[in-house]
Write a protein that binds this ligand. Structure first.
Ligand SMILES: [Zn+2]
Ligand SMILES: [Zn+2]
Length: 359
């Protein structure tokens, strides 16, 4: 057979196959959805994890646009109790895609009142209400000012809440369960921590970090002899080092000065001096990967997880620069986290890493 004839036949066969497949594509996709929906509704993350303390990365981004990273969100499953630390934009969506039921959340703790750390709160409160038919609002615990944030969001969502109850009925959407209830605390002025939660074997304490002029705290979470410390937003902080001492896992924010400088100079060269100024200003209240590594080394933690990566990382290999720079200061394991990652600390010891993100 001549080569030209053969190519024509192959092309004709491919076209016929493509047309046939196209006709059935919608049907095939519908069948796949049936299977995915059945699996998704019953596939709760908590049921697949051993007893222990689990670090759930539900938002590893920053205010800068990045399709692959939600705004700041970190959740901890301690035994069967679920706590969330910050809820940036996309937090509720990412938690749901990880198989976490918002109706199970005990409380949301805020590290500080920068809006990118709470602009996903209202959708999370709505999910908490709707998926659990909650009888109580989602509890918000944060530094002074958190009650004002909660009151504002509750007011903004009051009309919507009324519509939901009117449509689904008070048994499905009980009016008492809508929105947020806030508990404020005066942030400690120095490294001395304050205990905010001590129940069911779970202890959560807050301590001051350095994010001036913003008042900010980090948290230490302990359960069954395992411990996780979350930095929140901070420059290199002695208070954090002190409070992270001996923790199994340190979850630390990181800003790469080298990558940030690329963004700053690109902004200035494009005539966007104001954006360039912002890239310059953020250097003084965030920590470099080297800073995070130094804190981890000095505190003697078991492992370091980097999150809140700045600037954005649209090219996959960029995250390895964060890990490499932190490793220059820390001898233990360093991981730059992605949305959907889970680090488990079983009560039996060690670390187990897994990835949970549907679709
Ligand atoms: Zn901040
Ligand atoms: Zn931040």
């Amino acid at each position: 057979m001549k080569r030209g004839v053969m190519i024509a036949l192959v092309l004709a066969a491919l076209a016929a196959f493509g047309a046939g497949a196209f006709a059935y594509r919608g049907e095939i996709a519908t069948r796949l959805l049936e299977r995915a929906a059945a699996g998704g509704m019953s596939d709760a993350l908590a049921e697949r994890l051993p007893d222990g303390l689990h670090a759930i990365f539900c938002g590893t981004g920053s205010p800068l646009p990045d399709r692959s990273r939600a705004g700041p969100c970190f959740a901890v499953l301690a035994g069967d109790k679920l706590f969330v630390f910050d809820a940036g934009e996309g937090a509720a969506e990412t938690l749901a895609l990880m198989g976490v039921n918002a109706g199970d959340i005990e409380a949301v703790f805020l590290t500080h009142l920068h809006s990118d750390h709470f602009d996903g709160l209202a959708p999370l409160a709505l999910q908490h209400w709707a998926t659990g038919s909650a009888q109580q609002p989602l509890q918000l615990i944060g530094p002074t000012g958190a009650a004002r944030v909660a009151a504002g969001l509750n007011e903004a969502y009051a009309i919507d809440a009324g519509y939901r109850t009117a449509h689904h009925g008070p048994e499905i959407m009980p009016p008492a369960g809508a929105g947020l209830s806030a508990r404020e605390f005066a942030p400690p002025l120095a490294a001395e921590p304050i205990v905010l939660h001590d129940r069911d074997g779970v202890r959560i304490s807050a301590f001051r970090v350095d994010h001036a002029p913003t008042v900010a705290v980090g948290y230490r979470i302990e359960y069954g002899g395992r411990s996780i410390v979350v930095s929140g937003d901070t420059a290199r902080s002695d208070s954090l080092t002190q409070n992270a001492r001996g923790a199994d896992l340190l979850v630390h924010e990181a800003l790469s000065p080298r990558l940030n400088e690329i963004m700053r100079s690109a902004a200035v060269e494009s005539g966007r001096a104001n954006v360039g100024a912002i890239f310059h200003d953020i250097l003084d209240y965030h920590a470099s990967p080297e800073d995070a590594g130094a804190v981890a080394q000095e505190a003697g933690v078991g492992a370091l997880a980097l999150t809140h990566l700045l600037p954005q990382t649209p090219i996959p290999g960029l995250v390895s620069t964060f890990e490499r720079d932190a490793r220059t200061r820390f001898d233990g394991p360093v991981w730059a986290m992605r949305d959907g990652d889970v680090i488990s600390l079983p009560l039996t010891g060690g670390f187990e890493r897994s990835r949970r993100l549907r679709f």
